[in-house]
Ligand binder design. Structure first.
Ligand code: FES
Length: 349
């Protein structure tokens, strides 16, 4: 899941500047490539202003010691960000929670929501405007809050939160909101099983209430600076669907919200020569399919401290976002800190 390429949108507004700055700090911490995008159209930035706008953002991040590509795109901001992310193979889109165009439909529920709906990757909505400016942290975020109901999609969002906890060296609070307390206890226990070593985790069982409001509240009162939610519905609860929880959390939270792309891929989605994380019988596997159809099926759990590795298509490697361990397509270690190959995990084991 490491964020190798980050795409950040700007329209030159103060809110976009905050989002661009957050993107630059993330890129600096994680060693990611940063791509700044200014979309122009009759309803957002004028064509003539687009290039100066994106160049000014590029100069601002250069002042933070971050080199960035700067591009202008014709179209609405949300879809343009998603299209650029797809073209560049980006892992993360960063947008501000308000602003990005002066017209109403480009406010949150506009750009952020559209980007979240169409994004091929995770989306970070940076809380801008209104709230007190957050102190600049060396590790960007202090305290992460995420929610679960024990479903596959929620478990994936929790795993993402754990990996981010490792990267930001901070505590993760996993919240089970509403529903049966017994199911909640089991869900939280399962969530803990995926915890990497050394990530401090706290679990909370909250009865009743609106999930989005409760997550935002836990983050607010517990000092969490980032809320992580999945982009898909959580089993059987329509209120958790994308159009409600993530965007609602982003509306209500005084924190940044990361919408993790949790759409499941299955083995059949991988063509020969491709690798990726897939779900087989409810288990997440790291699978690479050779050109001749031979399948390498591995546990995605890094042997160093348990973060989730991700496929690097350019180098045909499994890379760990947490401390940089790299594994060959068949799981053998290329370099550490991990010392052991990824565990084999055949489908059907
Ligand atoms: Fe440290 Fe993977 S958990 S390199």
């Amino acid at each position: 899941m490491g964020y190798r390429t980050i795409v950040a949108g700007t329209d030159g507004s103060p809110t976009a500047q905050q989002a661009v700055e957050r993107a630059a700090r993330l890129a600096k911490l994680l060693g990611s490539k940063l791509v700044l995008v200014c979309a122009w159209s009759t309803e957002s930035v004028a064509e003539l202003d687009a290039e100066p706008t994106v160049q000014s953002a590029k100069a601002a991040v250069a002042a933070l010691g971050v080199a960035a590509d700067a591009v202008t795109v014709h179209g609405e901001p949300g879809p343009s960000l998603s299209a650029t992310a797809a073209e560049r193979g980006a892992d993360l889109i960063v947008v501000g929670s308000v602003g990005m165009g002066q017209v109403k439909r480009f406010r949150l529920g506009g750009v952020a929501e559209r980007a979240a709906h169409t994004a091929p990757c995770d989306v970070l909505i940076v809380r801008t405007g209104g709230a007190e400016p957050r102190p600049v942290r060396r590790r960007v975020y202090q305290g992460i809050v995420t929610g679960t109901d024990g479903s596959a999609t929620a478990s994936e969002a929790v795993r993402r939160a754990f990996d981010l906890g490792m990267m930001f060296e901070t505590k993760v609070t996993v919240v089970y909101v509403a529903g049966d307390p017994l199911v909640g206890a089991i869900s939280l226990e399962r969530a803990l099983a995926a915890k990497p070593k050394w990530v401090p985790v706290e679990t909370l069982l909250v009865e009743g209430g609106d999930p989005a409001a409760m997550l935002a509240e836990v983050a607010r009162t517990g000092g969490g600076e980032l809320v992580v939610v999945g982009n898909k519905g959580v089993v059987g609860a329509r209120r958790w669907m994308l159009s409600s929880v993530p965007v609602k959390v982003a509306h209500e939270a005084t924190q940044d919200v990361l919408i993790a792309k949790t759409t499941d891929r299955s083995l059949e989605d991988l063509a020969p020569g491709q690798g990726g994380l897939v779900t087989v019988d409810g288990r997440k596997l790291a699978v690479y399919v050779e050109e001749n159809g031979k399948i390498h099926s591995l546990s995605p759990r890094c042997q160093h401290m348990g973060c989730t590795v991700d496929w690097n298509g350019a180098d045909r490697t499994w890379d760990c976002p947490c401390h940089g361990s790299r594994y060959r397509y068949d799981g053998e270690v290329i370099h550490g800190p991990a010392k052991k190959a990824l565990d084999r995990a055949e489908a059907g084991d």
